[in-house]
Design a protein around this ligand. Structure first.
Ligand SMILES: Nc1ncnc2c1ncn2[C@@H]1O[C@H](COP(=O)(O)OP(=O)(O)OP(=O)(O)O)[C@@H](O)[C@H]1O
Length: 344
């Protein structure tokens, strides 16, 4: 569901808080395009500028430099009245859910509809529909304190979607949840994207969240976008050290330190780590290793994950055979993938 012009665009955006000696540059030279219909993730460590970046999308903060376009409209410098219209098309969910404790689930979800002037009957129909969609219709008359974290975030999602926004901003929306509940909430967000066609911008410090839900990702470091691309490309060939560190937290695919020492102690053969992207071609080379090169192989370490229908990760192999046979096998593998020899 891609349109010609991006739904959200950052052009040379900078954001500085304070002035003079006290000035803090939260964002610098940010260029980003987010297309309609995609799930776009922005990942970075604490303080990288992620929250500042989302706050610029719904114009909660003015930019210090550059332009932010939403739906083709430059929102920098728009009067407050026009900004309110832009914000109506953008829903938001938060790490701490931000529900009204004094209102029931129904009351929380109905609240934005009330503000938007929907009459009582339409509000009731819409809330019932939303609660069914997020799977908590049976909790309509509960208060937030009676709900689990995952249920609270479902309410947050229903509330954010109430007025049919085209864009949903999710700021660390699963960071307060355990891994299982995180998975459930991410699957719900994916349905919001695919079934309702809502474009989702996910802010996170967890690469696992990016892997599970995003189509594309931008890596933010000290206020700058250091890498952006499709999730499969970024995972399979990270270009910067910081991205490699994030990818490593998901794939756990490279033996180092103690693991490497243990492998060395247990295995006499040569150890190589091969990146896996097209696993069938690599499988074909390995299955001929004995017949063609007289080399036996054993997989001694590895982490492979399914991503966008592809297998990604690295395998560490022990290769046993005559030196020239092992060299020939490594050369053949290098024709199709990256291979690194591990020396203790
Ligand atoms: N209102 C503000 N006034 C002054 N400095 C700010 C303000 N908001 C953010 N900053 C600074 O801007 C930088 C980026 O902050 P931001 O909250 O956007 O990062 P983040 O990546 O969202 O981090 P976290 O994950 O910890 O929320 C930080 O150095 C922060 O201290």
């Amino acid at each position: 569901m891609k349109t010609e012009s991006p739904l959200i665009e950052f052009r040379g955006v900078g954001k500085t808080f304070g002035a003079g000696d006290r000035a803090v540059t939260a964002l610098a030279d940010v260029d980003l395009t987010i297309d309609a219909g995609e799930v776009f993730a922005i990942i970075g460590y604490s303080g990288a500028g992620k929250s500042t970046l989302v706050r610029l999308i719904n114009a909660l903060e003015p930019v210090s430099a550059g332009q932010v376009l939403v739906g083709g409209t430059d929102i920098t410098g728009l009067p407050e009245r026009r900004l309110r219209e832009v914000r109506l098309g953008i829903g938001m969910i938060f790490q701490q859910f931000n529900l009204l404790r004094s209102r029931t689930v129904f009351g929380n979800v109905a609240y934005p509809l009330k503000i938007a002037g929907w009459d009582k009957r339409r509000r009731e129909e819409r809330v019932a529909e939303l609660l069914r969609f997020v799977g908590i219709a049976d909790k309509a008359w509960h208060y937030p304190d009676q709900l689990s974290g995952g249920q609270k975030q479902r309410v947050g999602i229903a509330r954010a979607l109430a007025t049919n926004p085209k864009i949903l901003l999710a700021d660390e929306s699963t960071s307060a949840l355990d891994p299982e509940t995180t998975g459930e909430v991410l699957r719900l967000l994916k349905r919001v994207n695919t079934e309702l066609g809502v474009t989702i911008v996910v802010i996170t410090h967890e690469m696992e969240v990016v892997r599970e839900i995003a189509d594309r990702v931008a890596v933010l470091d000290a206020g700058r976008v250091v890498e952006q691309g499709s999730v499969v490309d970024v995972f399979s060939a990270p270009k910067t050290a910081i991205t490699r560190r994030f990818v490593e937290t998901v794939l756990h695919d490279q033996p180092d330190g103690e693991n490497l020492a243990r492998l060395r102690a247990r295995h006499d053969g040569r150890l190589v780590t091969a990146s896996i992207r097209d696993d069938r071609r690599i499988g074909a080379v390995l299955s001929n290793a004995l017949g063609k090169h007289g080399v036996r192989f054993e997989i001694v370490y590895g982490g492979i994950k399914e991503l966008g229908g592809e297998s990604l990760g690295r395998l560490t192999l022990e290769l046993n055979g005559a030196a020239d046979g092992v060299d020939a096998l490594i050369a053949e593998l290098r024709e199709i993938t990256e291979v690194q020899e591990l020396v203790a």
